[in-house]
Design a protein around this ligand. Structure first.
Ligand code: ADP
Ligand code: MG
Ligand code: MG
Length: 252
């Protein structure tokens, strides 16, 4: 699915990612954790194709193709979902119309017929249930005046509609309450099917109480310094990151 080889990236001449290696196979859920400032969001942003970052080493294979050479739109069409790559607000374009265009573009790229209005509505109804999203958010302009929780719900709703091969979610630590965390978890769990993969970047150990990952990686100073299974997340909850940092420093 995804193979990251020795990925290095910098921003404003500051080296942030210093050789990331990670392989994600179909159906796997990987959690990326780590202390603040370790490069988690940078990694997610580089995979999303955000332009502020300069890649200065390594490569990323996505479904057998070189991801870093694709535009963000091509990445999406190939089946990558990146929550925060999302437009903040689009005045004048309803949530429904935005989504319909996005879904049909992806279907077209896959060589599938676009959804007609009836099928699209049926799909919407089905997926709205997964995130328990209010109908009233559908006719409103995308994200305009949405609360934090509504934005999060809507983002996960879009993920469910777009049916990605690989979804990368960067859950930053700004103002998500437990209900919003559960929405994210329910959305991810409902879409887990043994084929679709997820990378969940999280500052919250708590999220992993709801999304049980297959693998957990700790990022520190731009490198993955430890990998394990879900038990590693529990260990981190109990002991924090200091013991890992100490291990790393003793090796240096
Ligand atoms: P995390 O998500 O793990 O908290 P980030 O990827 O956001 O870490 O940040 C990693 C490092 O990159 C930090 O030292 C941060 O200050 C730096 N950084 C991130 N974005 C920028 C930016 N736009 N300009 C300068 N430095 C940045
Ligand atoms: Mg941070
Ligand atoms: Mg971050």
């Amino acid at each position: 699915m995804l193979k990251i080889n020795n990925l290095q990236a910098s921003i404003e001449d500051k080296q942030i990612l210093k050789g990331i290696n990670l392989e994600v196979k179909p159906g796997e859920v990987h959690a990326i954790m780590g202390p603040n400032g370790s490069g988690k969001s940078t990694l997610a942003s580089v995979l999303a194709g955000k332009e502020d970052y300069e890649v200065n080493g390594g490569d990323v294979e996505f479904l057998g193709e070189e991801l870093l050479e694709m535009s963000p739109e091509e990445r999406a069409q190939k089946g990558l979902f990146l929550a925060f790559q999302y437009p903040v607000e689009i005045p004048g374009v309803s949530n429904t119309n935005f989504l319909k265009t996005a879904v049909n573009e992806i279907r077209k790229a896959r060589g599938e017929e676009p959804f007609d209005a009836v099928t699209f509505l049926k799909e919407m109804k089905e997926k709205m249930k997964i995130v328990n999203i209010d109908q009233s958010l559908m006719g409103r302009a995308l994200n305009e005046g949405f609360s934090g929780g509504e934005k999060k719900r809507n983002e996960i709703f879009h993920m469910a509609m777009l049916q990605p091969q690989l979804a990368i979610l960067d859950e930053t630590d700004s103002g998500l309450d437990i209900d919003a965390l559960k929405v994210v978890a329910n959305g991810v769990n409902a879409l887990r099917d043994g084929e679709r993969s997820f990378i969940v970047v999280t500052h919250y150990q708590r999220l992993l109480d709801y999304i049980v990952p297959d693998f957990v990686h700790v990022l520190y100073k731009g490198k993955i310094v430890k990998s394990g299974t879900k038990e590693l997340a529990l260990e981190l909850e109990e002991k924090g990151y200091d013991w890992i940092i100490k291990e790393v420093e003793e090796k240096e």
